[in-house]
Design a protein around this ligand. Structure first.
Ligand SMILES: C[S@@+](CC[C@H](N)C(=O)[O-])C[C@H]1O[C@@H](n2cnc3c(N)ncnc32)[C@H](O)[C@@H]1O
Length: 126
């Protein structure tokens, strides 16, 4: 799948308000346990989609979360979700590319990414 086709696909799923990952939130709960995420942690979610996991993480563990996504549409909807959930103090978002993240080393305790790295939009051009 070319990068443009993948971007078109993400634009489409953002416009209908659906993003998913294999295993759904049951898989996310396992990931939370495997990564020992608790209220002390600062978590980066790369390719956060519509913000479901950042919101769930903050709500269920009390941790702080930073979500990034390639698409402005995803980030806008993620912000609206955490605002509706009253989690703005602990969850923030910005548009960023997983291939060139705008963060210092060691800024986060944990980095997660669900159903992102299999897409061509995460390949570095030769
Ligand atoms: C299948 S969705 C999964 C979204 C979310 N992780 C979830 O589980 O619901 C893939 C997401 O990765 C984002 N994405 C793809 N390539 C990316 C990249 N290079 N940098 C950041 N985000 C990217 C897409 O915009 C999309 O929101």
């Amino acid at each position: 799948m070319s990068e443009q086709i993948a971007r078109d696909y993400f634009e489409f799923i953002a416009s209908i308000g659906i993003t998913k990952h294999p295993g759904s939130m049951a898989a996310t709960r396992k990931l939370i346990a495997l990564c020992h995420i608790d209220r002390e942690k600062y978590v980066l979610d790369v390719g956060c989609g519509l913000g479901a996991t950042p919101s769930y993480l903050a709500k269920t563990t009390g941790c702080r979360v930073f979500g990034v996504d390639l698409l402005g549409k995803m980030v806008a909807q993620s912000r609206a979700r955490v605002k509706a959930d009253g989690l703005e103090q602990r969850v923030e978002f910005r548009v960023a590319d997983a291939r060139d993240l705008p963060f210092e080393d060691h800024q986060f305790d944990t980095v997660i990414s669900e159903s992102v790295t299999s897409f061509s939009t995460t390949n570095k051009s030769p």
